[in-house]
Design a protein around this ligand. Structure first.
Ligand code: UDP
Length: 505
């Protein structure tokens, strides 16, 4: 109904679509999928403006430049992020660039000021001659709603989560099954999808439900209010993957839920011009070229992806002792203690002959997952990684770290049947939860929860050549085909992109 009001109040304004997309500055993994959605919308003929900050604009622009056909329809606007006003370190224009938990609330203060500047820009016909017809805002840009209302246009939210996790979150807010548990480790059911037992513990829930976070309760409350008030949800996923979660969420939340992905398929990794590949990327592809088909275990924990040194060591010992070649991406390697650095130096390599190739920079993940040598993916279940594995037809071993990743694990393992669980029970600390540790200890002192044997067992199941492994590979392959179909003309995501464009004017 609000959307209707919005449309009515636009009488007399342009009837041309112009979607304004503002990715949340939580990390690269929030910026790139919304940029890719922008590229898909532009490929469907809709003009798009993506608004970000100066430090993030080159990331957005380079993605657009690699989809040449859509590029001409997209404008990238950089609006300064007021770090100084909020006493943030210079250049801290993304949450993942912060190192000190005290900067987290400051980041949210700066983000509000950023929102005011974005609103001024969108309302100024000289700055933005084509009037916006729809705002699609990242999950914490709560200021986008009053802006959209003021412009009289619909407001969509983009969380970066899948529809199944969003449905579980909606269920948790409405039914609060976690209120009845006696301890943070007690398992309870999130009965969001009919017929599916989804068992998680309080500890494993996203920050919305944790007793305290470094964000403070104010931003979390505002984010939920934003979530409830928006007109629709844009999801990087496809309906066939979600087992009805998208329509159940639409019914439960009373708003449109449009799955428009998987966005990783909007660009072909093979189109990456050789010259644009980093040395790391080139090294990965050359190393994979020298391996047998489906023999490699790819290991990555996303764009933040750190784990306590003791845990990293247990994982490393498993990876070097297992019989498969391993491509292992490590983030934050420079800040590891010396004994772990020495161990990595002595046991892993960066040469073509290495059994366990370690990448310390940014790996070309979509190209890696698409490579014929990759047979399995040990993943932290970040939604971007999950969907990229699905789109490439690669089975997963699941090792969730935090946020909604434990919910994604349930989808991968229990609903889709394309993964095996490593069996992690406790989340890994990150900057949002850093101050909430009861013991107040340091990350260096955190003991490993998962031992060598446990990792090796999960990898054995992942790479299993028997009937169980074969069945997982068959399911993964079937999903890969459905993923491609979703974005083709007449496919579910194709149609949802059209709906998103139509609903905006
Ligand atoms: N990614 C990548 N190279 C890396 C690490 C990450 O290309 O070395 C990409 C990955 O392909 C995915 C995103 O970064 O698109 C990570 O998103 P995800 O939602 O999986 O996890 P997050 O980083 O949010 O924890």
């Amino acid at each position: 109904p609000r959307e209707e009001e919005g449309r009515k109040s636009m009488a007399g304004s342009s009837t041309q679509p112009h979607l304004v997309l503002v990715p949340w500055l939580g990390g690269i993994s929030h910026i790139t999928p919304l940029t890719d959605i922008g590229c898909l919308l532009a490929a469907h003929g809709a003009p798009v403006t993506i608004i970000t900050t100066p430090a993030n604009a080159p990331i957005v622009q380079s993605r657009i430049d690699s989809t040449a056909a859509a590029g001409t329809m997209i404008t990238v606007t950089a609006i300064p992020f007021p770090t100084a006003v909020a006493s943030l370190p210079e250049g801290a224009e993304r949450l993942d660039l912060l190192h000190d938990p005290v900067d987290v609330p400051r980041f949210f203060v700066a983000n509000k000021r950023f929102g005011e500047a974005v609103a001024r820009h969108c309302r100024d016909p000289d700055a933005m001659p084509r009037r916006p017809s729809c705002v699609v805002a990242g999950m914490c840009h709560t200021w986008a709603l009053p802006l959209a209302r003021d412009l009289g246009v619909p407001c969509y939210i983009f969380h970066g989560f899948g529809a199944f996790a969003l449905l579980c979150i909606e269920h948790l807010y409405k039914h609060r099954p976690h209120d009845a548990v006696a301890s943070p480790d007690e398992l309870f059911d999130v009965l969001a999808l009919p017929g599916l037992e989804c068992r998680v513990s309080l500890r494993q829930l996203p920050p919305h439900f944790l007793p305290s976070t470094t964000m403070g309760s104010g931003p979390l409350r505002e984010i939920r209010e934003f979530d409830v008030a928006v007109d629709g949800v844009a999801v990087n996923s496809f309906e066939e993957l979600e087992h009805g979660s998208a329509s159940l969420l639409a019914a439960a939340a009373g708003k449109k839920v449009l799955c428009v992905g998987p966005v990783s398929l909007s660009r072909s990794p093979n189109l990456d011009p050789e010259a644009a590949m980093t040395d790391d990327a080139r090294r990965c592809v050359a190393w994979l070229d020298g391996r047998e088909p489906k023999s490699v275990v790819y290991v990555s924990f996303g764009s933040f992806g750190g784990m306590p040194p003791a845990q990293l060591l247990q994982l490393g010992k498993a990876l070097v002792s297992c019989p498969w070649p391993v491509l292992w991406v490590i983030k934050g390697a420079d800040s590891l203690p010396d004994h772990v650095k020495t161990w990595l130096h002595d046991n892993t390599g960066d040469a073509d002959s290495s059994k366990c190739l370690v990448v310390r920079g940014w790996a070309p993940q979509v190209a890696i997952l698409d490579h014929p040598s990759v047979g399995g993916f040990l993943t932290h279940c970040g939604w971007g990684s999950t969907l990229e594995a699905v789109a490439a037809g690669v089975p997963m071993a699941t090792w969730p770290l935090f946020a909604e990743q434990f919910l994604n694990e349930r989808l991968i393992v229990d609903v889709l049947g394309v993964g095996v669980s490593v069996g992690v029970t406790k989340p890994t600390e990150n900057i949002l939860t850093a101050s909430t540790r009861a013991d107040g200890g340091k990350a260096e002192e955190v003991e490993a929860e998962v031992g060598v044997e446990q990792v090796v067992k999960a990898l054995e199941r992942l790479m299993d050549q028997g009937a169980e492994g074969e069945e997982r590979r068959r399911k993964a392959q079937a999903l890969k085909e459905k993923a491609r179909g979703a974005l083709e003309k007449g496919g579910s995501s194709y149609e949802n992109l059209e709906k998103l464009i139509r609903s905006s004017f």
